[in-house]
Design a protein around this ligand. Structure first.
Ligand SMILES: NC(=O)C1=CN([C@@H]2O[C@H](COP(=O)(O)OP(=O)(O)OC[C@H]3O[C@@H](n4cnc5c(N)ncnc54)[C@H](OP(=O)(O)O)[C@@H]3O)[C@@H](O)[C@H]2O)C=CC1
Ligand SMILES: Nc1c(N[C@@H]2O[C@H](COP(=O)(O)O)[C@@H](O)[C@H]2O)[nH]c(=O)[nH]c1=O
Length: 463
């Protein structure tokens, strides 16, 4: 079922027909806007939206609800019916062609679409340009924003397409999940009173927005101290969408036996810790159904690389300043959401959002990029990026360059499985990623496997 919650990121599409390509840009922005509706649900796949228009009028729309569901293009074609003949399809992103089945492209071609306007090429190297080539070889006119169409409004539409799939693009370029640090602070910069009490700094309206942010994420991370002080639930309670898993980072494992996070009846919790820490407590957590993962040295980068390998796309950090400082220092935080409440608590030792970063001069301060301000109830939400949005073109090699990575592998073989770190240099689709795959059995019939890893284990170890 489609998730319906307001998009906190994408601006509403508006048009000004006096600019070159204004109408094309308007429809592509609309495709990005609807693609964003399923943020959090499609992981590790991107968010896709499709708008079909004829003579400037929208006749069909669709977006990918969740991974494995009907492609956006197929839905839009079904909605438009016969009106597809000679119409233009607008896509925020080039369709992926994960299993070589070309479903999205075939739907557009069969329906009689004659022109396709694409926001961005697929950012993953092994999928990039496949669908564009397929559509062009079928005789469709394909225009890509920023390449075939250029103007100021085109640039704005292109930006919405980049932002809607920013998690995938950051993840592909930095090889860790897209990470957002979120905190709520008083006007005097405190995230709790000196006693550690923090409920609540921000307003009900702001906390509702936090539920939405949680719903856009695969996981929420907190540190051991936040578990001890707040006993949080970390659930998305906005009545819809996706519920992320909870991750606790604790070196000592000196955590309470009774905690909301150990109730995994509706949402899983994973505790990451240092090898050998409190073995009995590890057993206790396991008995509660909490997964425990040990690291030789617990640090934020290794933990994020681990969750990248497990296929996580987007992570929300809701920790205190100690862990936030470690995460920022290791360069794994991409975006910040700061809720500022118009209240003052004071306290020399009251905790602040970011601990020690080792900076001594104000010139060393980290500048947010592309920041924005929004009033939410009585609070101000300031958000912005800590790292520039990577340009996927030079960072991720095009499909023509992939032979250089592994000349023995051709990306055009539909039966190929992409194993983590052997071929798929920047990809989201590792053998640990949690999306299902379809593979032919000995009779050529396709069977669905829960993940590449399931398929690999059975075919490798079957007698
Ligand atoms: N207003 C807000 O938005 C928020 C407020 N808070 C408040 O902040 C206070 C807690 O802040 P803080 O102590 O900074 O809590 P953190 O959430 O940052 O937890 C710190 C703990 O994280 C664990 N940890 C694991 N790995 C690392 C690492 N690599 N680097 C650093 N820490 C690591 C350690 O746990 P261990 O000791 O178990 O080994 C450490 O003590 C509380 O009063 C809470 O109410 C918290 C979150 C948000
Ligand atoms: N105090 C504070 C926040 N605190 C964060 O929210 C967590 C509690 O979440 P939950 O148990 O699901 O309600 C807490 O542990 C901390 O991470 N968040 C905010 O938006 N505003 C606030 O004023």
């Amino acid at each position: 079922m489609a998730a319906s919650f307001p998009s906190p990121i994408i601006c509403k599409a508006t048009t000004n027909n006096n600019h070159p390509h204004a109408l094309d840009s308007f429809h592509v922005r609309r495709a990005a806007e609807i693609a964003d509706k399923s943020a959090g649900l499609t992981s590790p796949h991107p968010n896709f939206g499709c708008v079909i228009a004829t003579a400037g009028k929208v006749v069909g729309e669709g977006y990918l609800y969740a991974q494995g569901t009907k492609p956006a293009e197929v839905q839009a074609v079904e909605a438009a019916g016969e009106l597809c003949r000679g119409a233009t399809a607008y896509l925020n992103m080039e369709p992926g062609d994960c299993h070589g089945d070309r479903t999205a492209v075939s739907a557009l071609v069969k329906a009689g679409i004659t022109r396709v306007v694409v926001g961005i090429r697929h950012p993953l190297q092994h999928l990039r340009s496949h669908a564009l080539r397929a559509m062009r070889s079928e005789g469709l006119q394909v225009d890509v924003l920023g390449e075939d169409l250029k103007s100021k409004v085109v640039e704005e539409a292109l930006k919405s397409c980049l932002i809607v799939n920013a998690p995938l693009i950051y993840r592909a370029a930095s090889r860790v999940p897209f990470s957002v640090l979120k905190y709520a602070m008083t006007l005097d910069g405190k995230i709790a009173a000196s006693s550690g009490h923090a409920s609540w700094i921000s307003s009900k309206e702001s906390r509702y927005r936090v539920f939405e942010l949680r719903g856009r994420s695969d996981a929420i991370v907190v540190g051991g101290n936040t578990v001890r002080k707040d006993n949080p639930r970390l659930t998305a309670r906005h009545g819809g969408g996706h519920v992320p898993i909870r991750i606790v980072m604790s070196r000592t494992l000196n955590l309470p036996e009774v905690a909301n996070l150990w109730d995994v009846s509706s949402v899983p919790t994973i505790v990451v810790t240092q090898r050998g820490a409190r073995k009995n407590f590890q057993k206790f957590l396991a008995s509660k159904g909490v997964e425990v993962v040990e690291f030789d040295i617990l640090n934020t980068r290794d933990v994020m690389e681990y969750f990248y390998d497990r296929g996580y796309l987007s992570i929300l950090w809701e920790c205190g300043g100690t862990l936030a400082a470690s995460a920022i220092s290791s360069g794994i935080i991409h975006k910040v959401f700061a809720f500022v409440a118009p209240k003052i608590i004071g306290g020399k030792n009251a905790p602040t959002p970011v601990g020690e970063l080792g900076m001594v001069e104000m010139t060393q301060a980290l500048d947010l990029i592309d920041f924005s301000y929004e009033q939410i109830g009585p609070d101000m939400l300031i958000s912005g990026f800590l790292q520039p949005l990577p340009d996927p073109t030079p960072v991720i090699p095009s499909v023509d360059e992939t032979y250089a990575i592994d000349p023995s592998v051709t990306p055009y073989e539909s039966s190929i499985i992409f194993f983590y770190k052997t071929w798929d240099l920047y990809g989201a689709f590792s053998n640990f990623s949690p999306h299902p795959i379809q593979m032919p059995d000995e009779n050529g019939d396709y069977q669905t496997w829960s993940s590449v890893e399931h398929y690999y284990q059975v075919t490798t170890f079957a007698a």
